[in-house]
Design a protein around this ligand. Structure first.
Ligand SMILES: Nc1ncnc2c1ncn2[C@@H]1O[C@H](COP(=O)(O)OP(=O)(O)OP(=O)(O)O)[C@@H](O)[C@H]1O
Length: 540
């Protein structure tokens, strides 16, 4: 076996007229300046650079290098394009040009680097791209054409681009028409709504192709083979922020190019035997459901509608009666009160992912053992200000800790957070703790459980006429008027579920977490230390 640290090439080359020792191994490209004077010079550029081969985007031979170096003639040059880390998890494309004394040496370097890049099998070569031209500030097309397409081009990635014509265009295309075998991944340019369309299309198609009925709440779903990339261009880009650490199209494009892979759990939401939606981040009933319902009526306000509706619903202080039953996540590592976070290469996700896939393999062999794997249901009845299920931390720039700071992206569980009826002041304390260092769960009226499945049943069942009105958007009957503006004194009987920013049509739901059902072109959030390279001018 070849020793991985073994040097494949070592030459003296020039970078900006200074001599460097440049070396290439299977994993690293390094260039180290030859020091002519031992005297420290504070303004001299960094002396040592190290780039992972896995983070080299491409290499190109220059037409003709500069004609003179320090005394030597250097007419042959090649340029390496690579990932450079900046502040706050941002990546950018950097390049360095090496000048070689001879053409043969230059070609040898170019072919050796290309050879190493060709050994990386996880990089996509052909992508299917969906652009929502109306997401966020309607910049999706411009962002893709100006910032992303040139990078894909440099990396030699070919694309089939579809600019969506209507809502659910991407979902329907993926479900039926898309020739998925042609592609190594699917990219969506837009916000969380667009990402949701893509996962709905891809998961559905994967189940149908695999002969699995997606309407069955007890079905073990097939993981999707194609990875998904998100180019953030929406007004809410929470999934991108949670999996990459920033909302920057260039950073996301570079994660796609280097072929990153981040598994992610998906929850299926059913009402009886009818599939409603998939969720990857937040399912919220009560406060977060009401905020979304109210903010939908204020779309004309733009993103500030969430603040306005948040304040309004906080003052309304509505609580809802219902029954929550859940299956606690047994045997898994981690709890919602952990101080450790789900970061890049998370060992909790790896451990639980393995454990749960072994359990579901056993379960497939013996359908009857299902109850043994799942354990026992627990039930809580009460009046709640909020019932939330966070499948990831739900961190965003406004709430950097998120709704459940210790939640994991891919451990097969969701954190069920129950906020019981309490005073306005107490609820405010709970909400404010999402932005401070204090533990938002350390309050008598809040409880949190790490679960694999849960059900919710409101005390008052929705009537069919309520459901019809909810779906058609008409608001004319007395009960609906009472629900929207209970000036008559009757409190609304039920809230709505906010499912990743969409309102569900039913309140009685059955939610099941599917461990690592999808994979993203991301690597999770890297430790900050990785980014604190003080030699890097971009971090200063
Ligand atoms: N061509 C289109 N015309 C109208 N709607 C579209 C089109 N393409 C996609 N959509 C829908 O637009 C919605 C919002 O898209 P997206 O998530 O990209 O932007 P956003 O501004 O972040 O939206 P949101 O406010 O929902 O987060 C999605 O639910 C998607 O289904």
């Amino acid at each position: 076996m070849e020793w991985p640290g073994k040097l494949l090439l070592l030459s003296e080359l020039q970078v900006r007229n200074a001599a460097y020792d440049v070396s290439l191994s299977r994993f690293h490209l390094t260039w180290k300046r030859r020091i002519s004077s031992p005297v420290y010079h504070p303004f001299r550029p960094s002396l040592y650079h190290n780039v992972l081969v896995s983070e080299i985007i491409s290499v190109r031979e220059e037409e003709e290098g500069p004609s003179k170096g320090e005394g030597k003639v250097c007419r042959h040059a090649f340029t390496v394009l690579y990932v450079e880390r900046c502040r706050q998890h941002r990546w950018q494309l950097a390049e360095v040009t090496f000048m070689c004394p001879e053409g043969a040496l230059c070609q040898h370097w170019v072919s050796s680097i290309r050879e190493q890049l060709n050994t990386i099998t996880s990089r996509p070569k052909h992508l299917l791209v969906y652009i929502n031209p109306y997401g966020g500030k309607r910049q999706g097309k411009r962002i893709y054409e100006q910032k992303v397409a040139p990078l894909f081009d440099k990396a030699g990635i070919s694309t089939d681009v579809i600019v969506t014509q209507y809502a659910n265009h991407a979902r329907d295309h993926l479900r039926t028409e898309a020739e998925l075998r042609k592609f190594d991944g699917v990219v969506c340019v837009g916000g969380d709504g667009m990402f949701s369309e893509v996962i709905h299309g891809l998961i559905w198609r994967t189940q149908i192709d695999g002969g699995i009925d997606p309407n069955g709440p007890d079905q073990i779903l097939r993981p999707c083979l194609l990875r998904i990339g998100i180019i953030p261009a929406g007004s809410t880009d929470c999934v991108c922020f949670a999996t990459v650490g920033t909302k920057d199209p260039v950073t996301s494009a570079l994660h796609i190019i280097v072929g990153d892979s981040q598994p992610m759990d998906v929850s299926s939401v059913h009402h009886n035997d009818t599939f409603l939606r998939y969720s990857v981040s937040l399912l919220g009933y009560g406060f977060y459901g009401d905020v979304l319902t109210d903010s939908e009526r204020k779309r004309w306000m733009g993103p500030s509608r969430y603040d306005v509706s948040g304040v309004k619903m906080f003052l309304a202080h509505r609580s809802y009666e219902g029954t929550v039953s859940y299956l606690p996540a047994r045997d898994v590592k981690g709890t919602p009160r952990d101080v450790t976070r789900c970061l890049s290469g998370c060992v909790v996700c790896q451990y639980n992912g393995k454990l749960l896939s072994e359990q579901s393999a056993r379960c497939k062999m013996d359908e009857a053992s299902q109850s043994g794997v799942d354990g026992e249901w627990r039930t809580i009845h009460g009046k709640f200000l909020a019932v939330n299920a966070a499948s990831m931390s739900c961190a965003c720039p406004r709430s950097p800790k998120g709704l459940s700071p210790a939640a994991h992206l891919a451990d097969g569980t969701t954190d069920l957070i129950l906020v019981r009826k309490c005073s306005r002041f107490s609820f405010l304390r709970h909400l404010l703790r999402h932005t401070s260092k204090d533990d938002q769960f350390d309050l008598t009226f809040v409880e949190v459980h790490r679960v694999r499945r849960f059900r919710f049943m409101p005390r008052h069942r929705q009537s069919d006429s309520d459901l019809q009105l909810q779906e058609t958007g008409k608001r004319q009957t007395l009960s609906q008027i009472c629900r929207e503006a209970p000036a008559c004194g009757c409190a609304p009987a039920y809230s709505s579920w906010n499912c990743d920013g969409e309102i569900l049509s039913h309140t009685a739901i059955d939610v099941r977490v599917h461990c690592q059902l999808i994979k993203l072109f991301a690597r999770g959030i890297e430790e900050l230390a990785v980014f604190e390279d003080h030699n890097n001018p971009c971090t200063l």
